[in-house]
Design a binder for this molecule. Structure first.
Ligand code: BES
Ligand code: ZN
Ligand code: ZN
Length: 497
């Protein structure tokens, strides 16, 4: 998997107006039902073009609308691209990023020849947020999820962006921060979207190691026999149905901060067939995305390191493939987890919690973390509860919960808190072991979280269930993995400094 490094010199801040700037294109985000001074001026300059577009219903500023106007009158750039953002009071960094990416993709051929993007206050986001979003989107727009097609598009990759901040000059560090965040999102997207045969646990750990070391992270890879001898029976049980053996990737970001580290854990099931509790065929191919949590943690760690965040951060990424081979675990099996708690396996498709449980117990013992954040495509039930707009999260600590909420607002990746009442724990009682890996019919996202809590114990902890946020929904203007979580976890690390 090729990765690319974006050069800071490709992103230039300018106080030019969108009338003065002379580029291949100038991109202007527009709100629905909103008239700004800038838009009125643009209407005058272009001889009423904006009003015409609105009246004819050609462009109303709705989300997802993009219109490309060639050689607009009164502008020095070759094209004026209007991008709909929807209602102004509903704009957040996520909305801005997504719609800018849609627009940038439409003019991808021009992206490396230089385009300008309006990043001023009219967008309705504070400070450097529009500039950061524009850079992140331009980086995202270059990603081509069709890289296994044999007929390649032959235009040059890369993006050159002039950021029109209308004189409200931002810190130069905003540009480099945005590049780092955009590239972290890229890492997450690329890893999450790779096919299961291309990125099995071994390949994931090899390629992740390369990416991590390039970002100056210290890196360890534990092989399955090591995990077995350490006593991670729950994790290894999941891997046993596949010829591709398990790995555990451990990443270290070191700073001079004396506090105990923050621990990040990401679910890395490189393909989830369900195992003996086999999943139905429709959409099973999407289960290559069951490594999206792992991919998010990897992406975040590269950013945390490159931003030199002043906090020690450890990442533990368990990697397994869940297949129904001859060595596979069966429903009814009992395994002894690393914590020495015994688990009755009811459903082999509830595998994520098994690998996370052992990872959490082991990392707790080894790193004695100050707090733990795990992220996983854990339950279809979470998708049933929240749809594909927000990821669910659970927290046993108000303080950590608040930091995570703050990070989510900053990164524009939406979360919704779900409960952890003790009553839900009763669904996990087993007749023959300490706990079983499947709850009852209801509240599946919660019982999965309760299962994890059993291994977290009292350490401050958040669990993010990002099932449904791994890929853009079918029929969306954007395709492939979203990279959800990479920027969020980076912002969280910043909150924890
Ligand atoms: N990887 C799946 C969860 C999932 C579903 C992720 C849809 C992304 C999209 C997970 O391992 C799983 O299979 N969960 C089961 C749990 C059940 C057996 C308790 C589920 O959600 O059905
Ligand atoms: Zn599963
Ligand atoms: Zn899974």
């Amino acid at each position: 998997m090729s990765s690319r490094e974006d050069n800071e010199s490709n992103f230039i801040e300018s106080s030019e107006s969108l009338f003065e700037v002379a580029q291949q294109a100038v991109v202007l985000p527009v709100h629905e039902e909103e008239d700004s001074n800038l838009l009125r001026k643009l209407d005058q300059t272009t001889n009423g073009l904006i009003e015409d577009l609105k009246r004819s219903g050609e462009f109303a500023g709705k989300k997802g609308e993009v219109i490309n106007l060639f050689t607009p009158r009164g502008l020095k750039s070759k094209r004026l691209i209007l991008v709909g953002l929807g209602k102004k009071n509903e704009v957040d960094p996520g909305v801005l990023r997504e719609n800018l990416e849609i627009a940038f993709r439409k003019i991808k051929k021009r992206l490396n020849q230089g385009i300008a993007c309006y990043c001023g206050p009219e967008i309705g986001l504070n400070g450097v947020a529009p500039l950061e979003c524009a850079i992140e989107s331009a980086i995202a727009a270059v990603y081509d999820p069709g890289h296994y097609k044999t007929t390649k598009t032959n235009h040059k990759n890369g993006s050159k962006l002039v950021l029109l901040t209308s004189g409200a000059s931002s810190r130069k560090s905003a540009i480099s921060r945005a590049i780092i965040l955009g590239e972290a999102n890229q890492v997450a997207r690329r890893f999450a979207f790779e096919p299961g045969n291309k990125l099995n646990p071994m390949e994931f750990s090899n390629q992740a190691r390369e990416v991590a070391e390039k970002a100056d992270l210290k890196c360890e890879v534990l092989h399955q026999d090591k995990l077995e001898s350490l006593g991670m029976e729950a994790l290894v049980a999941v891997a046993q149905g596949s010829k591709n053996s398990a790995r555990m990737l451990v990443l270290h970001h070191e700073s001079s901060d004396p506090r105990a580290p923050v621990l990040l854990v990401g679910k890395g099931v490189t393909f989830d067939s369900g195992g003996i509790s086999l999943k139905p065929a429709p959409s099973m191919e999407e289960m290559k995305g069951d490594k999206a949590g792992a991919s998010a943690v990897l992406g975040a760690m590269t950013a945390i390191s490159r931003l030199k965040i002043d906090r020690n951060v450890k990442a533990v990424i368990p990697l397994v493939e869940n297949l129904p081979g001859g060595g596979a675990q069966r429903p009814g099996d009992v395994v002894r987890s690393y914590s020495s708690k015994t688990i009755e396996i009811i459903n082999t498709d509830a595998e994520g919690r098994l690998i996370l449980a052992d990872s959490i117990s082991w990392a707790k013992e080894r790193f004695k973390p100050d707090c733990i954040v795990d992220i996983a495509t854990l339950t279809g039930a979470c998708m049933v509860a929240l749809g594909r707009v927000r990821a669910g999260y659970f927290a046993n600590s108000e303080e950590l919960s608040q930091k995570l909420e703050a990070a989510a607002l900053k990164s524009g990746e939406k979360l919704w808190r779900l409960p952890l009442d003790p009553e839900y724990r009763e669904d996990l009682l087993s007749d023959i072991a300490d706990i079983k890996n499947l709850g009852g019919r209801w509240g599946g996202a919660v019982t999965a979280a309760k299962f994890l809590q059993e291994f977290v114990e009292d350490t401050p902890w958040c669990h993010i269930d990002m099932a449904g946020k791994d890929f853009f929904p079918k029929g969306n203007d954007l395709v492939g993995a979203t990279g959800f979580g990479a920027m969020l976890l980076t912002c969280l690390a910043e909150e924890l400094v």
